[in-house]
Design a protein around this ligand. Sequence first.
Ligand SMILES: [Fe+2]
Ligand SMILES: [Fe+2]
Length: 177
Amino acid sequence: MKKTKKNKIEEFIRVDHAGERGAIKIYEGQLLALNTVIKDEELKKKIEEMIIHEKEHADYFENEIKKRRIKPTKFLPLWDLLGVGLGFGSTILGKKAAMLCTASVEEVIDEHYQNQINQIKSDEKELRNKIIKFREDELNHKDIAYNEGATKDGLYSILDKIIKTGSKIAINISEKI
Ligand SMILES: [Fe+2]
Ligand SMILES: [Fe+2]
């Protein structure tokens, strides 16, 4: 069956909505660790800055979901749980792992958003412009992460691969279900 244009846009919005919510959950997990077991005020401030952008991104897609009557992914509760777990777990491992978590996710999202931008036509100009803007925010988050010590050296490269594979699986599921 050929995918209609409308279906494609719906998939884009459904998955982006899930992803931006997931980003908030990851940062919430990181903040949970930083408010309990780990003390790092500077890192906390950086994360609190980034979470403001993710909320802006998530709000936009939440609104589009409602406006266009798109069903959100059924997996939201699972993504919430895994997001908080990933954020908390990575931060417990230390600042390098916490920042790698951001870098890895943003690298997947960079490609994901660029793919969507390439496919969205001028009849969805607003959506396209929003995704272009959000992608720039994500690239900025990635830069912050590397500046703050994200690394793919040694064992961290394994963590990078796990996070990227997990993110891609979540993306594929959230587009469809
Ligand atoms: Fe975002
Ligand atoms: Fe981000």
